[in-house]
Every structure is written in structure tokens, then in C-alpha cells.
Design a protein around this ligand. Structure first.
Ligand code: JDK
Length: 233
């Protein structure tokens, strides 16, 4: 999968070089290209923002640098034999990102993440690329971040670990695919007793049917307590 990111803070994406994502990139599963939006701003101060038309607080990102940056990425993509890119703009006003959406997005050939800052991006940028191709506004949850970078990193990490061969132990993903919208059960490792706290006996029993039943019951119990909305009652 090719991923392009447009941002005024390319340094945020250094985090994706670490561990899991570093491995995905080394194996050629993710081809990540981070673009500094300011390189598409040509005045002396490389201005990317301006005052909101109609008035209001803060600043809005100007459309011209976005147009140049995204046109460049799309032109590059057209010279390669890949499917049409999907452009994702993180936004508090977007569809909520879920594991189901991560699975959908993991089937794409080419994702482009447009990371806004300030109070967001001039609406005409979304309208332009929605008319020319596929655009999604996506929220990672009901809270307001300072920009789209952290939201993009969360989405890229969630999508990246679903690409075949990214996770070290494929069993961990097989198990997730069986998981039926419940919260995960508690996990334990050695030693069997730590500071007087015992690992539940059933997990040491070697009885795998009993272990599966206990884990399922723990998942249901935990979901009922913390996220009853997931049980649909
Ligand atoms: C992208 C900028 C900051 C956005 C409110 C401003 C007039 C009110 C600040 N899930 C999630 N949370 N936050 C984001 C996200 C925030 C972003 C950007 C994503 C780009 N910001 C921001 C909106 C407001 N809004 C315009 C109405 C304030 C994604």
C-alpha cells in the first residue's frame, strides 16, 4: 500500500518509523511518503493560512498550497499502475473511524492523508477533490485535536497492522477476526503468582474448552460493565 501524507509538521510521522510500522515499511508493505505543505507555498513566508472569510476566531488553511500538493501526488499516482487513490481528511466533522473502517481502508492501494491545522481547511479543497475522485472526512473520536496529524498516525497504525505479514504473530489477527464486537478478555503471563496475586486457576488447567469459555464470559462481563452499547441492549 502506498500512503502519502500532506502536513505542515512532517516530524510527527517519524513515529511511524518505530517498531511495527518500521517493519511494515522494511518489508515493502507500506510505502510512506510525507510531504511538507509549506513546500507548496511560494510567498516569502510560505504562508498556508489566512483569516476566515465572513469573520470568526482563528485562521483557516488557504486552498492554493493544498491544490498544488495534492495535484502533485495525484499526477505521480497516475504515472504508476495502481487503483484510484482515496483522499482522507481527518476532521472532527467526519465519519467515525472504527475497526470495520480500518479493515475497509486496508484493502486500498493508495491512501492520501491531508492533515489540516488551525481551524481547518478551506471547504473548496474537499469539494475539488470529491468532484475529481474519492474523498472521505474521518474523525477518530468525539474530541477536538489541534490538527489532523495525530488522527492520521492513529489511522495509519490501525490500517498498517492489518496488512498481510505486518503483525509478527498472525494468530493475533485470526483471533481478532473471530472476536464478535466484544471487549477483550484479561491477559496474564508468568509468574503464576506476583505480589500475592494469582493467575486464575483455569488458565493453568490445560483445559482449553474451559479456558475459551472463561475468556468469553470475561469478555461479555467486561463489555456489559464498560461498553453496554456494544451489546445492543
Ligand atoms: C483535523 C484542524 C483543529 C478543528 C472547531 C472550527 C468553525 C468550529 C479546531 N477526531 C478529531 N478530532 N480532531 C480532529 C481534527 C482537528 C483539526 C483538524 C482533525 C484540522 N483541527 C480544529 C475544528 C475546530 N471548528 C471551524 C467551527 C477547532 C479530528
Amino acid at each position: 500500500m502506498r500512503i502519502d501524507v500532506v502536513t505542515i509538521f512532517p516530524g510527527y510521522f517519524d513515529a511511524l518509523e518505530l517498531s511495527l510500522m518500521g517493519k511494515a515499511r522494511d518489508r515493502g508493505l507500506i510505502d510512506l511518503h510525507v510531504h511538507d505543505l509549506r513546500e507548496s507555498a511560494h510567498d516569502k513566508h510560505r504562508t498556508v493560512d489566512d483569516t476566515p472569510t465572513g469573520g470568526g476566531a482563528g485562521m483557516v488553511m488557504k486552498p492554493e498550497p493544498w491544490g498544488q500538493a495534492i495535484d502533485g501526488i495525484l499526477a505521480d499516482a497516475q504515472s504508476a499502475p495502481a487503483a484510484e487513490p482515496l483522499i482522507i481528511f481527518p476532521s472532527p466533522a467526519g465519519d467515525v473511524f472504527t475497526q470495520a473502517m480500518a479493515r475497509e481502508l486496508a484493502t486500498e492501494d493508495h491512501l492520501v492523508f491531508g492533515c489540516g491545522r488551525y481551524e481547518g481547511i478551506d471547504q473548496r479543497v474537499f469539494d475539488e477533490y470529491a468532484e475529481r475522485g474519492r474523498v472521505r472526512l474521518v474523525s477518530i473520536g468525539d474530541y477536538v485535536l489541534n490538527g489532523g496529524e495525530v488522527a492520521s498516525i492513529a489511522m495509519i497504525e490501525a490500517i498498517g497492522r492489518l496488512l498481510p505479514g505486518v503483525v509478527g504473530n498472525p494468530d493475533s489477527l485470526v483471533e481478532e477476526s473471530h472476536e464478535s464486537g466484544l471487549l477483550e478478555y484479561p491477559s496474564y503471563t508468568k509468574p503464576a503468582e506476583w505480589r500475592g496475586r494469582r493467575v486464575p486457576d483455569v488458565l493453568l488447567s490445560g483445559n482449553h474448552a474451559a479456558i475459551d469459555a472463561w475468556r468469553h464470559e470475561q469478555s461479555v462481563e467486561r463489555t456489559r460493565h464498560v461498553r453496554p452499547d456494544l451489546l445492543g441492549d
